[in-house]
Design a protein around this ligand. Structure first.
Ligand code: THU
Length: 129
C-alpha cells in the first residue's frame, strides 16, 4: 500500500478513536478497515459496566463492514496511545474474514504506522473449519 493511502487510513482510525466509549479502562482505541473496493469502515472500543461485554475497536470495525455486506478486506489501521497490537479474539475474527489482512498499528502522535504485520504473523496455525 502506498504511503498516502496508509496515512489516510491511519487518519480515519484516529478519527474513529475519538468516538471510543472507554470510561472504565480509559484506553481509547480506533480502527479503520479498508475493503478491496476502497471503502473504509470504522470502529472504536465500546466498554460496559459488565466488563466482559466490552468489544474492541477492531471487531466493531469488522462487524460494521460485514453487516454492510462487505466480505473482502485489504488492511486495518489501529490507533491507541500504546500502539497496541490486536488481542487474540480480534485476531481470530480477522482470520475468519481476511486471512491475508495487513495490520498497521500506530500511536496517537504519528501519522504513519509504527508497526506493520500480516495476520499470519500474529496468528499462525489459526483455528478454522
Ligand atoms: N482494546 C481494543 O479496542 N483493541 C485492542 O486491540 C486491545 C484492547 C480495548 C478493549 C478495552 O476497551 C480497552 O482496550 C482496554 O483493554
Amino acid at each position: 500500500m502506498e504511503s498516502q493511502k496508509t496515512r489516510r487510513l491511519v487518519a480515519k482510525a484516529r478519527a474513529a478513536r475519538r468516538k471510543a466509549c472507554a470510561p472504565y479502562s480509559k484506553f481509547r482505541v480506533g480502527a479503520a478497515l479498508l475493503t478491496v473496493g476502497g471503502k473504509v469502515y470504522r470502529g472504536c472500543n465500546i466498554e460496559n459496566a459488565s466488563y466482559g461485554l466490552t468489544v474492541c475497536a477492531e471487531r466493531v470495525a469488522f462487524f460494521n463492514a460485514i453487516s454492510a455486506g462487505e466480505r473482502r478486506f485489504v488492511a486495518i489501521a489501529i490507533v491507541s496511545d500504546a500502539a497496541a497490537t490486536p488481542c487474540g479474539a480480534c485476531r481470530q475474527v480477522m482470520a475468519e474474514f481476511a486471512p491475508s489482512l495487513k495490520i498497521l498499528v500506530t500511536d496517537t502522535k504519528r501519522h504513519g504506522p509504527v508497526k506493520t504485520f500480516l495476520l499470519d504473523e500474529l496468528l499462525p496455525n489459526r483455528f478454522s473449519l
